[in-house]
Design a protein around this ligand. Structure first.
Ligand SMILES: *Cc1c(COP(=O)(O)O)cnc(C)c1O
Length: 476
């Protein structure tokens, strides 16, 4: 791999629609057809919406397993001592977690909710890696009892853990979370002990000296959607240097390096131009960056490598199907639109903002939290043989910021048209909110093409189940 080469990021003005990218640079030679997505793993999109409603989250088991196996191969071929943990917060649905469990993944959790969820899913204590800056005492006690691997985040947590393990006869394996500068901005300094000022080393030494604890892992998680494989090389080198120093001073060789997650999916941020497959480095580039460093060690000294992948695995497996419920801001009637002269059409494009067609969808940022950063690909579910026009996609919330795509070229759509948004499998469902609307159903398409409901659409009864009305307010 070339080390100094950074992928160019081409700005928005060069176009958005990949088959037409060249044409789009020139208003006078625009592409004429927008690609459609008709089906997901053999299930026609209109049929999915007819059966399960709109909006609808759809996940592909095939895509998820394929991605997981690909990532596993990329690392294991280069470095057999690699183990993977699934970051539950990326997508905590049982149907999704269970697939990764079957593929051999451990669970990576960051809260009491996620810890309990992982146990409920069948992960044994030792199959759980416990991160996060706040681990309430009750769940810490349970995790210690059940043998989970705690990644200690801060001094106050270390104080508490030391108290909780005082009477142990067998030392408890723990890790520490380290924050370091891997060349990525901003540096995520909120989590863990600083490497640069010696804090991480002091925390490690304190654990090494405590007979009730055993330092098993050095952990770092440098960010998310990291487009620079070299950052992982730096992080690996820095953790190894700390491991070396601790071995020299204390004779304790740490068994495991955990490089966290952060590997990108094939998605784009606003302002980037794709195709994502060309802008986003392949997982092999990350595997090279990390394992080249580790493979330089004498074989006996090579640590267990752990990765806590989230986004990279599940993002592309997820789609959101959403319907157009209203069309706004079209200054000319549909009939006129259809018969625009070439000159009118050019004028409309150049006029920009005013000429944008605005669509209101039945899904908004309540379901697509990450729309603020990521530029989802939008596909109609039927072929519309009309020139694309500058369009904006609004969600259905009563908030002006509820915009899914501020600018996207789409052919004229009609009320009832179903669009697919992709990739949306990471962090959208888990951060979705029940604000003014019910959360929709979630479907998993199994490897044989059968659609299974993995989360029901919410109902009034479900949403209100936890509410209580005090007696003095009960009278109608
Ligand atoms: C969120 C998180 C991950 C997963 O991050 P991705 O960018 O989705 O791969 C891994 N480790 C920790 C500690 C996290 O908080």
């Amino acid at each position: 791999m070339t080390q100094n080469y950074s992928q160019p990021i081409i700005s928005d003005e060069l176009g958005s629609n990949r088959p037409n990218a060249a044409a789009e640079r020139n208003y006078f030679a625009r592409g004429v057809q927008t690609p459609a997505l008709f089906e997901i793993d053999g299930n026609p999109i209109p049929a999915l919406v007819a059966e399960f409603g709109s909006p609808l989250f759809v996940f592909s088991e095939h895509a998820l397993r394929h991605k997981a196996r690909h990532a596993r191969e990329a690392f294991k071929q280069r470095y057999p001592r690699t183990s993977f943990a699934w970051s539950l917060k990326t997508n905590p649905l049982k149907g999704i977690c269970q697939i990764l469990r079957q593929e051999g993944w451990l669970a990576e959790v960051v809260s009491d909710f996620e810890y309990e969820k992982a146990r409920d899913l069948g992960f044994a204590g030792p199959e759980i890696l416990f991160n996060g800056p706040y681990k309430p005492r009750a769940i810490l006690e349970r995790a210690i009892e059940e043998g989970a691997l705690l990644h200690v985040d801060n001094w106050d947590e270390l104080n508490l853990i030391e108290k909780l393990v005082e009477k142990r006869r067998q030392p408890l394996d723990v890790g520490i979370r380290v924050w370091l500068d891997a060349g990525i901005r901003p540096v995520w300094s909120k989590f863990g002990f600083a490497l640069a000022n010696g804090e991480a080393e002091r925390a490690a030494e304190r654990i090494v000296r405590n007979p009730a604890l055993r330092l098993h892992t050095l952990h770092t998680h440098i960010g998310t959607y990291i487009l620079e494989p070299a950052a992982y090389r730096t992080a690996t080198q820095k953790l190894l240097a700390l491991r070396d120093a601790l071995e020299r001073k204390h004779g304790h060789l740490i068994d495991c390096l955990d490089l966290g997650g952060g590997f990108p999916s094939n998605s784009l941020l606003h302002g980037m131009t794709g195709p994502a497959e060309q802008v986003v480095p392949p997982i092999e580039a990350y595997a090279d960056a990390i394992t080249e460093v580790l493979n330089r060690l004498p074989e006996k000294k090579r640590p267990l490598l752990r990765l806590e992948t989230g986004r990279h695995l599940v993002d592309e497996a997820g789609y959101l199907l959403t319907s157009v419920v209203a069309v706004k801001g079209v200054h000319r009637s549909r009939a006129e639109q259809d018969s625009l002269s070439a000159r009118d059409y050019k004028e409309q494009l150049i006029a920009g903002e005013d000429s944008k067609v605005n669509y209101i969808l039945d899904a908004g940022i309540n379901l697509l939290y990450t729309a603020a950063w990521y530029r989802f690909e939008v596909r109609p579910s039927r072929l519309i043989d009309k020139p694309p026009m500058p369009s904006r996609l609004y969600g259905s919330l009563c908030m002006a910021i509820d915009v899914i795509r501020d600018y996207v070229d789409l052919p004229p759509l009609e009320v009832g048209d179903v669009l697919s948004l992709h990739p949306v499998g990471a962090y959208n469902l888990s951060q979705s909110m029940q604000f003014i609307a019910y959360r929709p159903a979630v479907v998993l398409i199994g490897e044989d093409g059968t659609a299974h409901l993995i989360r029901l659409a919410e109902t009034l009864e479900e949403v209100q189940r936890l509410e209580r009305l005090p007696d003095h307010l009960a009278e109608r």
